[in-house]
Design a protein around this ligand. Structure first.
Ligand code: ADP
Length: 299
């Protein structure tokens, strides 16, 4: 009997606890439109949302239905989070950000409860932008997970989105890397019916992004167009990284200005770093093959 009591006590003690998570509006970091560069089309579409959040009556008078959900999709690091923050800041709305992966918990039903709470808190503090990052974590096609936790979470999200009226002055912005993996139910009218592709920047876009990220750095004759030409295929996050690395190189050489040679060195480091991440040798390939085969057998 004593043993059983001890066992139960220990189980309770070591069971993962789920702390009630506090949901507070985050500061959008004062991100303004000008901080986001090279994604002009996405910005133009999101400007409409800002107009609505600033003056909802103007649109309602005309009987216009206002978007409830906007899905930003595109490769990582292209500025989706940044755009959502800019929308919140420009429209004086509160910014609530959660990653969808944080909804998925061990215990079924917990994710759904979290979604419910998130919407409840946001509704109280409207106007608000709810930003859900990595939507694919819950939004993948339903019926594929065994525990049903993801499905429940996704269902709750759909319920919440159907439940709020545009009068609530809440807009849900979600980000996802892949559109075609998402459950089609999410993309229906009244849900994430606006999909905006956030593309990797082109040459002019890259130059603009480099300009944004070197605004606060004293440059000595750096040809940003040249740097932009050498960075095709890189996303905004990589470019931000290059600007920062260049400033670090300059600092290490005890100079007061950042020179072209610092950018060259930064480019080499960032691009080479990316290559070494991608290239794997034969031994690693073999190890990965065994590892993946293990997954396949476990199914
Ligand atoms: P995503 O959400 O698409 O993965 P983020 O918005 O989190 O990308 O971008 C990460 C960082 O990269 C930003 O904080 C910013 O410093 C930089 N960045 C990315 N895209 C842009 C952009 N279009 N303009 C300016 N900076 C950018």
């Amino acid at each position: 009997m004593g043993l059983i009591v001890v066992l139960i006590g220990m189980t309770l003690r070591y069971m993962p606890r789920t702390k009630p998570q506090e949901i507070k509006p985050q500061s959008s970091g004062s991100i303004v439109w000008d901080d986001v560069a090279g994604v002009d089309e996405a910005k133009a579409e999101l400007r409409e949302v800002v107009d609505f959040m600033r003056d909802p009556k103007r649109f309602k008078r005309l009987g216009a239905k206002v978007p409830k959900g906007i899905l930003l999709h595109g490769p990582p690091g292209t500025g989706k989070t940044l755009l959502a923050k800019a929308v919140a800041h420009e429209s004086n709305a509160r910014f609530f950000a959660q990653s969808a992966s944080s909804f998925v918990e061990m215990f079924a039903g917990l994710g759904a409860a979290r979604i419910r709470r998130l919407f409840r808190v946001a509704r109280k503090q409207a106007p608000a932008i709810i930003f859900i990052d990595e939507l694919d974590a819950v939004g993948a096609t339903r019926g594929k997970d065994i525990s049903g936790e993801k499905d429940q979470t996704l269902n709750q999200l759909l319920v919440e989105m159907d439940g709020f009226e545009s009068a609530d002055n809440i807009v849900v912005v979600a980000a996802s890397n892949l559109l075609d993996k998402l459950d089609p139910a999410l993309l229906r009218p009244g849900r994430f019916d606006r999909q905006i592709f956030v593309s990797p920047p082109d040459l002019a876009g890259r130059q603009d992004i480099l300009r944004v990220h070197s605004r606060d750095k004293p440059l000595g004759g750096v040809d940003l167009e040249m740097v932009a030409r050498q960075t095709s295929g890189l996303a905004g996050a990589d470019l931000a990284n290059i600007c920062n690395e260049a400033a670090i190189f300059a600092g290490r050489s005890l100079r007061d200005v950042v020179l072209m040679q610092d950018f060259e060195a930064a480019l080499e480091r960032v691009v080479a770093g990316m290559q070494s991440r991608r290239v794997i040798n034969d031994h690693e390939k073999r190890v990965i093959a065994y590892h993946e085969a293990g997954h396949a057998c476990a199914r």
